[in-house]
Design a protein around this ligand. Structure first.
Ligand SMILES: [Zn+2]
Length: 226
């Protein structure tokens, strides 16, 4: 609300090309390589809507590291189509669940230090934006159903096996989610170590089904195929 007011009072620039105007201009939106596809990490299946190319990387960097939380809705817009089709599909093995309101969007948790530095949780902002975009009466619940049970190192500097070891057994899922259908939400999936740990923790908490939906998919430059 405050941010929308400030946008009106103070001129903004496009986060990618710096053109004066909206936080993301239509030119830069059209350059995003939107390409919805099914992806998987380990046993967990999900959807990504763009490649983590230079444009997407700049957008995500501006969103997360330059405190431009208003960009969340631009990440969420292309994620809406796969979310809506999930509500109608058999993807969760329950053809009777044709209703998004039966689904819970669980943002992947951020390390506390990162949330404090940024002032917001990127995955939570994307999940809330997605919910706002859903038709009324079809809005999934957004619930922070995961937390870290211990401290973890920043994943950015670790390779695939390091990421997995860093996160193994680190999360706890909420018992509120017992028997529920959960869609994990994040901005970018890389090795999938976070998603796999989240799915493990939610499975242990009694969640019936776990899938994920992210904005961009990327692979680690080294050890990507391990
Ligand atoms: Zn632009």
């Amino acid at each position: 609300m405050l941010e929308a007011l400030l946008d009106l009072l103070l001129p903004t620039n496009c986060s990618i090309c710096a053109l004066v105007g909206p936080v993301l201009c239509s030119d830069c939106i059209s350059k995003l390589p939107i390409r919805e596809r099914q992806v998987s990490r380990g046993e967990v299946c999900g959807w990504a809507v763009t490649d983590y190319d230079e444009t997407a990387a700049t957008l995500v960097h501006q969103f997360k590291e330059n405190q431009r939380s208003s960009l969340a809705k631009y990440l969420a817009v292309p994620m809406l189509a796969p979310l809506l089709s999930l509500g109608e599909s058999f993807a969760f093995g329950k053809p009777t669940v044709a209703d998004l309101s039966a689904m819970v969007l669980v943002p992947l948790p951020s390390r506390r230090a990162n949330t404090q530095k940024r002032g917001f949780s990127p995955a939570e902002e994307v999940a809330k934006s997605l919910r706002r975009l859903c038709p009324s009466g079809q809005k999934p619940l957004v619930f922070n159903g995961l937390k870290f049970a211990r401290g973890v190192a920043d994943q950015a500097s670790l390779n695939v096996s390091g990421r997995r070891a860093n996160l193994a057994g680190s999360m706890v899922g909420s018992k509120f989610l017992v028997g529920r259908t959960v869609l994990l939400i994040d901005d970018v999936v890389t090795s999938g170590a976070t998603i796999r740990e989240a799915a493990r923790a939610l499975g242990e908490a009694g969640v019936a089904e776990v899938r994920f939906l992210v904005f961009a998919e990327t692979l680690l430059k080294t050890n990507a195929r391990k």
